[in-house]
Design a protein around this ligand. Structure first.
Ligand SMILES: Nc1ncnc2c1ncn2[C@@H]1O[C@H](COP(=O)(O)OP(=O)(O)OP(=O)(O)O)[C@@H](O)[C@H]1O
Length: 252
């Protein structure tokens, strides 16, 4: 997936200009940067719901445009920041689901088995019969991650998918994401505020600030203390942990 010379705007005001970056298959890219940097806007543009005011987005050489905007999201598993709005269903599907109890929905056994395996992986099997609105924020976030995977997408665009998760589930989600990115050769882009999670799990980190790409590369290259201090406006120290990974600390 490729973004070339994108201008992204809100209400006619550009928030990103000349933004170019590539996302390769089998690669997990963490998109990091301060609040308001433009991460969500970029993800929504890649998903096809926020048309750029200039530039080009393409997947396997096919450019996103008016002709394919409606079918574009079919190849993508998208998880927005606000999981209350993340049902990923069309209006028609939502209405039809009102009859789910009486419709005798025909699902292939394999699809049910796959959904059950995803639920089991995230400790959700016991909750399968519960209403979504009765779940905790973190449980709901895991359900929507499972939903994004159940679509069997080629591209995963995840906007802060771990923001409501405890330590164990954060690691579980990121490990699963990394494993499936490799096993299914996915293009995975995940917005994270936790730079240590990005350092630990991502193949590459893209650092966005004020709409501009400030660094792109392996965590040890992209997450440099001077850059992070400059864009976040706090002192930052980057250390090597005993296993050779990175440890990013804000200085108080
Ligand atoms: N619907 C909108 N109308 C006008 N401005 C918007 C809109 N959505 C976002 N913006 C502005 O665009 C800029 C980028 O916002 P965006 O949500 O992409 O940032 P972000 O990096 O995802 O931030 P956060 O980490 O806080 O989620 C911000 O200045 C924001 O105020």
């Amino acid at each position: 997936m490729r973004a070339e010379a994108l201008t992204l705007s809100h209400g006619g005001r550009p928030i990103s200009e000349a933004l170019s970056l590539d996302f390769a298959r089998g690669t997990l890219t963490a998109l990091v940067g301060p609040n308001g940097a433009g991460k969500t806007t970029l993800l929504r543009a890649l998903h096809g719901e926020h048309p750029p005011s200039a530039g080009r987005i393409s997947l396997d050489g096919e450019a996103l445009g008016p002709a394919n905007r409606r079918r574009w999201p079919a190849r993508i598993g998208y998880m927005p920041q606000d999981s209350r709005a993340a049902a990923g269903l069309t209006v028609l599907e939502t209405v039809l689901l009102g009859r789910a109890g009486t419709l005798a929905l025909r699902l292939p056994d394999a699809a049910l088995r796959e959904a059950a395996a995803l639920l089991a992986e995230f400790d959700l099997l016991d909750l399968a019969g519960r209403g979504l609105d009765t779940l905790s924020g973190g449980q709901r976030q895991l359900v929507f991650f499972a939903q994004a995977l159940a679509r069997r997408p080629e591209v995963l665009l995840l906007d802060e998918p771990v923001s409501a998760l405890d330590l164990r589930h954060q690691q579980a989600l990121m490990r699963t994401l990394r494993r499936l990115t490799r096993a299914r050769n996915l293009i995975s882009v995940v917005v994270l505020h936790d730079l240590n999670l990005a350092a630990r799990h991502a193949d590459r980190v893209a650092v966005l600030a004020e709409g501009a790409l400030r660094a792109l590369g392996p965590p040890a290259e992209a997450l440099s203390a001077p850059l992070l201090s400059a864009i976040y406006g706090v002192g930052v120290r980057v250390l090597r942990d005993p296993e050779g990974g990175l440890l990013v600390q804000a200085l108080v």
